[in-house]
Design a protein around this ligand. Structure first.
Ligand SMILES: C[S@@+](CC[C@H](N)C(=O)[O-])C[C@H]1O[C@@H](n2cnc3c(N)ncnc32)[C@H](O)[C@@H]1O
Length: 397
């Protein structure tokens, strides 16, 4: 396998390539990892790779030409081009397995404000490593490379990764090593028994338990109810000990035609829901939903994201109004008007968005607005003192 990483910071990869399993995989010729500084492809005089965004706004945007040309120089019919982007599909172990089968991967690391949208036209996929924004695509490229390379045959023992978390939708089982007793903390007896059948059973049950506790969403895809209503995972009946596993994927339930709940990887693993018969769910459709009798169940995190996006839009409008007021020093009413708008925005966010945003976000947002207000007041005071100085000067003359 060959991985080419397009970056303007190739030095970041030196220690990554020079340590541990990645180093060994390169030495044993299981993988070839190259960095390509796309600045070298820039055709302009100063080797510039970025420019200001059309339409205005902050930050610099990576330009098409150096990246298009760098990809063109590396690409073969067998290459898969991946753009690292917080807007991409979230990287998973399943995706790592899929990409480990490719012959040639080209990763494009963005930086600054991002990249020219047209760069997406030369990419096969857009991948994110999570819902947060990093300064550049270099760490995400390392994350993907690390997760993929360890799955390339011959890099580590297959047994090690087959038992890792996320295979079969389960987290890994707990592991222990010597000593048997550490300051009173004992290793579970079964692991010392030498009975491998029992050990396997114990580990499998632990995987179910741990996954149910920490990531019930993973298990939801895997635990099924059979016709008799017995919970099963991989065709094995779930033991009494972990009977409390919640089943969210409902099988063998005929839809009543009343409510349909979509299954979506990013949302929740419910396919069909017969509201009358399922314990724990009480759903009532709004009479005037746009999509008829369809209810979409979304994760709270998703709602928080949307709420945050809407609130940020409103704050940007407020900021624009502050700037507009400052652009007209003669508009005497502007100060009172925009400060009033800021207060109204705060009140509206608290009354309409607080429950969706969570305390931490709400606190940050209010601080953000207060900061904008204080900056505006400072700028306005300075502006007015300059205007009044000028007026005094004119009157003196
Ligand atoms: C500061 S970010 C740009 C973010 C961009 N303005 C946005 O909001 O989508 C710069 C670059 O870092 C990389 N990056 C940042 N966060 C990432 C993530 N969670 N997953 C993958 N790449 C990421 C991308 O290559 C991105 O173009």
């Amino acid at each position: 396998m060959k991985i080419d990483i397009l970056t303007i910071f190739p030095e970041m990869f030196s220690s990554f390539k020079g340590e541990s399993i990645i180093k060994r995989a390169i030495e044993n010729k299981k993988v070839e990892i190259n960095t390509c500084n796309f600045r070298n492809f820039a055709k302009n005089k100063h080797k510039k790779v970025d420019d200001t965004p059309y339409g205005g706004g902050s930050g610099m945007v990576l330009m098409c030409q150096p990246i298009f040309d760098a990809v063109e120089s590396l690409k073969t019919p067998k290459s898969k081009v991946i753009l690292l982007s917080p807007q991409g599909k979230t990287f998973t172990q399943k995706k790592a397995y899929e990409l480990a089968k490719e012959e040639h991967l080209i990763f494009i690391c963005g930086h600054y404000e991002g990249f020219d949208e047209r760069i997406k036209t030369i990419c096969d996929e857009e991948i994110s490593i999570g819902d947060y924004v990093l300064t550049g695509g270099e760490l995400p490229a390392m994350v993907l490379t690390d997760a993929i390379v360890r799955l390339v045959p011959g890099v580590i023992e297959e047994e090690s990764h087959v038992k890792d978390s996320f295979n079969d939708g389960l987290l890994d089982y707990p592991t222990y090593t010597k000593p048997r007793n550490y300051n009173g903390l004992e290793v579970p007896e079964v692991l010392l028994s030498g009975d491998h059948k029992k050990i396997d059973e114990w580990r499998y049950n632990e995987q179910l338990k741990v996954t149910n506790e920490k990531r019930p969403d993973l298990l939801a895809h895997k635990v099924k109810l059979n016709k008799e209503g017995i919970k099963k995972h991989k065709n094995k009946i779930i033991t009494d000990e972990i009977k409390n596993i919640k089943v969210t994927e409902i099988k063998n339930v005929k839809p009543t035609g009343k409510y349909k709940v979509f299954k979506d990887d990013k949302i929740i693993a419910i396919t069909m829901l017969n509201c009358k018969n399922i314990k724990g769910y009480k759903l009532r459709g709004k009479s005037k939903t746009k999509s008829g009798n369809t209810i979409l169940i979304v994760k709270a995190m998703f709602i928080e994201k949307i709420a945050l996006k809407n609130v940020m839009k409103k704050i940007n409008v407020l900021n624009y109004r502050f700037n507009l007021a400052l652009s007209d020093p003669d508009d005497d009413d502007a100060t009172g008007r925009v400060l009033g708008e800021a207060e109204m925005l705060k009140a509206m966010i608290i009354s309409s968005y607080a429950s969706y945003l969570g305390n931490e976000n709400l606190d940050k947002i209010i601080k953000n607005i207060n900061y904008l207000v204080s900056e505006f007041v400072k700028a306005r005071t300075l502006q007015q003192s300059i205007v009044s100085d000028k007026n005094i000067e004119t009157r003196r003359r």
